[in-house]
Design a protein around this ligand. Sequence first.
Ligand code: G3P
Length: 215
Amino acid sequence: MKLFIDTAEFSEIQAAYEMGFVAGVTTNPSLIVKAHRDLKEVIKQIADLVDGPVSAEVIADKAEAMVKEAHDLRRLGQNVVIKIPMTPEGMKATAILSKEDIPVNVTLIFSANQALLAARAGATYVSPFVGRIDDMSMEGMTLIQDIAEIFTKHQIDTQIIAASIRTPMHMLQAAKAGAHIATVPYNVLLASMKHPLTDAGLARFMADWQAANQK
Ligand code: G3P
């Protein structure tokens, strides 16, 4: 499973990218607003830094306008992936863009049927939202398993991006459930790196080294 970072905070993307484990970036309108950034400006900045896919979401709700926005966003970088919501108009836009070989990430996926429809419309990626299903007292990770099973059984090459990842446990479970990618907030990437035994082990190594070299 590859790791993307789910943020529009450029400093977080830069820091994660320097650590080498991030292969792409996803954003959404809420994240852009939270970062107090202009959409096109921040997408261009991210697309210039990262050589992997950078998902930028359309705001329009009609297919024709979504396609126009997609063309504008693609001018910001050849690695820009167009994020399209899972709606009938979104499916129309996905069908048009995929015929133009423009990669689409269909977002706001909450059922396996939605993922199948998006894949058949030509999506390169589907983004099931794990955390928001957990919020409804349901098992978000079961959705990842179901989609992975269906895509494998029917040889569908659309990639599953486990999204709305909130905890290190989500990241682990997404990898086990068969997600191709998890898009993970910066704080969850950092938390996943931490282990008290790593810290204790390093402290012991340094203490032993200093004790031996002070003699
Ligand atoms: O990738 C989608 C993600 O940004 C949504 O996360 O935590 O708002 O459900 P959350």
